[in-house]
Design a protein around this ligand. Structure first.
Ligand SMILES: [Zn+2]
Length: 326
């Protein structure tokens, strides 16, 4: 049985559904509590995987204005019950547009840091081309940062993010999620206003990114090894990728890169076989034997011609191997 919604702790009545921002603001001023309709929030669209798509727009850096409008939108609710201190702060925000810019810039930077930490936690420590999204975790401390992704989110959001127990009309309880609020306590003068705004932007980034982590799309988000753009697979990839991750736009270049890598790997095998042949030369012709070893290792079908065509490259590697051995 549907128990219905919880009652607002402010009005003691059911939340009012609103369709426009001005209706929401006037309801809040009259002491009512509203439930925001998702389509009203700047940057949000009615689309499949709306959270993932919103986060990708924040990450790409071309939507700074959208991020700013999003933050301003919620600040209007945070400040709808004004105190003299809040009023003074609102005037500062109005006079100095750079302050909102700090918040927006910080939301984008924090979102990128968290996305990078999350994506990198699935990469092999020894070969950056090897990526296993199933291994991603928030516990590892990567690249000597001194903190994990969990600690990053905890510091920016979870510690200062109370969740309320609300009650329904029939008396049953429900833990209610809420949007992060502007931390008015930070206006006490200990923090510079730029720092206050940066912390506010980072808090929003942590809010959305922690929700992505808790969603089925957490392992779909990826970053292109070539152009560094963030993108999402239609489905989370289950298998390990060993030749790098590339966005749809770079996939063509990726196949060129892959060709270069596999050619280099074949030449390496040929050079090692070249040296090995010298200890077991009896009864075989060197280029033929070398081609055979390359075919065995890489599933190719080269003949001695391939070895002679690539003789210069193979010889260079033979020299390098001999020098390395001293
Ligand atoms: Zn790319």
């Amino acid at each position: 049985m549907d128990k219905g919604e919880t009652l607002s702790p402010i009005s003691g009545r059911a939340y009012i559904r609103v369709e426009t921002e001005s209706a929401a603001l006037s309801a809040v001023r009259e002491g009512a509590s509203v439930s925001l309709c998702g389509g009203l929030i700047p940057g949000w669209r009615r689309e499949p995987r709306a959270l993932l798509s919103f986060i990708l727009r924040v990450l790409d850096g071309n939507h700074r204005q959208m991020v700013r409008q999003h933050l301003e939108y919620f600040l209007r609710f945070d400040f709808s019950c004004s105190t003299p201190q809040v009023g003074q702060f609102q005037r500062r925000l109005h006079e100095d547009p750079a302050l909102m810019g700090y918040a927006a810039g910080s939301m984008i930077a924090a979102m990128r840091e968290m996305a990078d930490m999350w994506i990198d936690s699935g990469k092999s420590g020894t070969d950056r081309d090897v990526d296993t999204p199933a291994d991603r975790n928030v516990e590892d401390d990567l690249h000597g940062r001194g903190y994990s992704l969990f600690q990053r989110i905890d510091r920016s959001l979870l510690r200062s993010y109370p969740r309320y127990t609300e009650m329904r009309r029939d008396g049953s309880l429900q833990i209610k999620d809420a949007y992060p609020k502007f931390d008015v306590d930070r206006l006490d003068g200990f923090w510079g206003l730029d720092e206050v705004m940066k912390a506010h932007g980072a808090k929003w980034a942590a809010f959305y990114f922690s929700r992505l982590l808790n969603s089925p799309d957490s392992r779909s988000i990826s970053r292109c090894d070539y152009c560094k753009a963030y993108f999402a697979y239609q489905r989370a990839r289950l298998r390990t990728v060993t030749h790098g991750v590339f966005c749809p736009a770079c996939n063509g270049k990726a196949s060129v890169k892959r060709t270069v890598i596999s050619r280099a790997k074949r030449l390496d095998t040929a050079a090692r076989a070249w040296i090995e042949w010298e200890s077991k030369r009896q009864g075989t012709v060197q280029p033929e034997w070398v081609a055979e070893q390359v075919n065995k290792a890489h599933g190719t079908a080269f003949g001695r011609r391939w070895v002679s065509q690539n003789a210069t490259e193979v010889q260079k590697r033979v020299e390098a191997l001999r020098n390395a051995k001293g």
